[in-house]
Design a protein around this ligand. Structure first.
Ligand code: NAD
Length: 435
């Protein structure tokens, strides 16, 4: 089957490479000439485990191509996926559909009849309907429009794509359903459940899923605050509730608040959709507020751990990406943290295994170290912000010896207080009020 992927970012590139790996003929199209040139030269524009090998293998077999030429990219394609960005719009936070609408208008000029246009980007309810209208405005009536939201997680994207919990397809006609069934047929062998539903419902499923996950994270973060106040341990509370099948153990890790390219913008867009529909969404609305406040309060935790002032203090930050195994810095909790530390007078040294290059552009006042030990040298405090595997088994005694002070602020609860104290460190975790 011939597939075109419009937008070759985290989602488009991973989806395109995985579709090619299923045996489909895939062309990835992007406007960014640098990105396409890099891909054609075998260089990955993003860091994602396993991606380079997958792209190279499928490009080598001639099943995966990269181009900036939209007309050539969509020629003969039965399904054209739109995977362009839908960032939060400045001002009101609703999903900015500029890239989606522009891609559709460009597509209208080159797309063949009976093609199915599929939105893989996260788009608000009604976007599919609007795409149908735009196509009609451009004189295109024979193209179907379907919704197929993507649920992959950066850092585990290939596995998530190939072994999804479910595939959601929103379609309004049998032809779209047939084409998408064929696209995903290789996954039926893995017995991946596929949910066929209406287009508007599929669009909402994505926002409801991210809204719910954001609720879970904020819930455990507030319980962590309570643990600190009453002398309980959030790690055990999370385990104690997570073992209940009705609750489940995932997304119950207390931390510095959620970030990334999805939860912050998708919760905001969900609220705007609800507002437009005149429906209250008080839970998600509170979660957005709780999370914003939480991210903004992390610097104050470090200040408190250092005795109330950061003047003349040196702080080492371990991990900058919004989560491990990615170089994505979008809405990362490290950003407001470091901004706050610097505003309060600290000197900040940072280390991240892969996101340093991206982070450098966003944090001009930060000193970047080549490894964790170098970042910790002479520091009054070390703050673990992203739980990369390489921060999970640090030699804490060595770390303590390299530092000037002894404070370890563990925003991901990677370490036990007892181990840290044995190494001579003063430990501050999240929600670990129990002695
Ligand atoms: P991204 O910013 O990494 O990539 C988007 C790409 O689209 C860019 O390379 C850009 O140059 C390209 N583009 C924009 N307009 C174009 C056009 N008209 N023609 C061709 N290319 C164009 O974005 P992303 O993180 O891959 O996210 C894409 C969508 O998928 C968003 O809606 C996002 O919410 C959703 N999503 C993202 C993730 C994730 O983990 N990143 C997961 C699920 C869903």
């Amino acid at each position: 089957m011939r597939i075109a992927m419009i937008g070759t970012g985290y989602v488009g590139l991973v989806s395109g490479a995985c579709f090619a790996d299923f045996g489909h003929q895939v062309t990835c199209v992007d406007k960014d000439e640098g990105k396409i040139a890099a891909l054609n030269a075998g260089k990955m524009p993003i860091w994602e485990p396993g991606l380079e090998a997958l792209v190279k293998a499928n490009a080598g077999h001639g099943r995966l191509r990269f181009t900036t030429d939209l007309a050539a990219g969509v020629e003969g394609a039965e399904a054209v996926f739109i995977a362009v960005g839908t960032p939060a719009r400045r001002g009101d936070g609703h999903a900015d559909l500029t890239f989606v609408h522009a891609a559709v208008r460009e597509l209208a000029k080159v797309i063949g009849p009976n093609t199915v246009i599929v939105t893989k980007s996260t788009v608000p309810v009604g976007t599919g309907d609007r795409i149908v209208e735009i196509l009609a405005e451009e004189g295109v009536e024979t193209v179907s429009v379907a919704s197929n939201p993507e649920f992959l997680r950066e850092g585990a994207a290939i596995r998530d794509f190939k072994l999804p919990d479910r595939i959601v397809v929103g379609a309004e006609d049998e032809h779209s359903r047939e084409v998408l069934r064929e696209v995903y047929r290789p996954l039926f062998l893995n017995q991946a459940p596929i949910l066929f539903t209406g287009r508007r419902t599929a669009e909402l499923i994505k926002y409801a899923a991210n809204g719910f996950l954001a609720v879970k994270i904020s819930f455990i973060n507030e319980i962590a605050d309570l643990c600190e106040a009453v002398g309980a341990d959030v790690q055990d509370v999370a385990r104690g509730i997570g073992l209940d099948n009705r609750i489940g153990p995932k997304f119950l890790h207390a931390g510095p608040g959620y970030g990334g390219s999805c939860f912050p913008k998708d919760t905001l867009a969900l609220l705007r959709t609800a507002e437009e529909a005149g429906v209250d969404q008080r839970i998600v609305s509170t979660v957005v507020e709780v999370n914003d406040r939480r991210k903004a309060s992390m610097a104050a935790r470090v200040t408190a751990a250092l005795g109330g002032s950061l003047a003349g203090k040196r702080v080492a930050v371990f991990g900058l990406a919004f989560k491990p195994n990615t170089d994505d810095m979008r809405e990362a909790p490290s950003l407001p943290l470091i901004e706050g530390l610097i505003a309060d007078g600290a000197q900040v040294a940072a280390y991240d295994p892969v996101a340093a290059e991206q982070a450098r552009l966003l944090m001009p006042l930060v000193e970047f170290a080549p490894d964790a030990q170098a970042a910790a040298k002479g520091a009054d405090a070390v703050v673990i912000v992203t739980e990369w595997d390489e921060f999970r088994a640090l030699d804490l005694a060595e770390l303590a010896a390299a530092m000037r002070g002894k404070v370890l602020v563990d925003l991901r609860n990677v370490y036990d207080r007892a181990d840290a104290e044995r190494a001579g460190l003063i430990y501050h975790g999240i929600g670990r009020g129990a002695a």
